[in-house]
Design a protein around this ligand. Structure first.
Ligand SMILES: [Zn+2]
Length: 119
């Protein structure tokens, strides 16, 4: 089976990869045939934020609670702010659980997201 140049139409020698008459590359010859490029740009990424805090309850601002706790923690102000009235009263009468509750709450608040939710 003879090959013919797709550019100039002349018969090509067996196994030629370039036409000797015009210099065009011969389609289908082993030497120059480019491997088929399979482009797979299908995007299977699914953005699922596992760190998302479920938006249930009352949204509170971390820094409001933090500074309430820092300055008025002995009155239980941050507990009242979070709507935890019972704990607030307890803090009010015990001086923030004898200051231990204040310290624990300050540390706990620091690790909360800026907007956290109180169920
Ligand atoms: Zn040719």
């Amino acid at each position: 089976m003879a090959n013919y140049c797709s550019n100039c139409g002349k018969q090509l020698p067996e196994g030629a990869s370039v036409c000797p008459s015009c210099g065009a590359r011969v389609a289908g010859s082993a030497g120059v045939q480019a491997a088929p490029v399979i482009v797979n740009i299908e995007n299977n990424n699914t953005n699922s934020n596992v760190n998302a805090v479920p938006a249930v309850g009352r949204q509170k601002n971390k820094w409001v609670a933090f500074f309430l706790c820092l300055f008025l923690g002995f009155l239980g102000a941050h507990k009242f702010y979070e709507g935890k009235v019972g704990m607030g009263i307890l803090y009010l009468f015990t001086g923030g659980l004898f200051a231990i509750g204040i310290i624990v709450d300050l540390i706990t608040l620091l690790f909360k997201p800026t907007h956290y939710f109180v169920p």
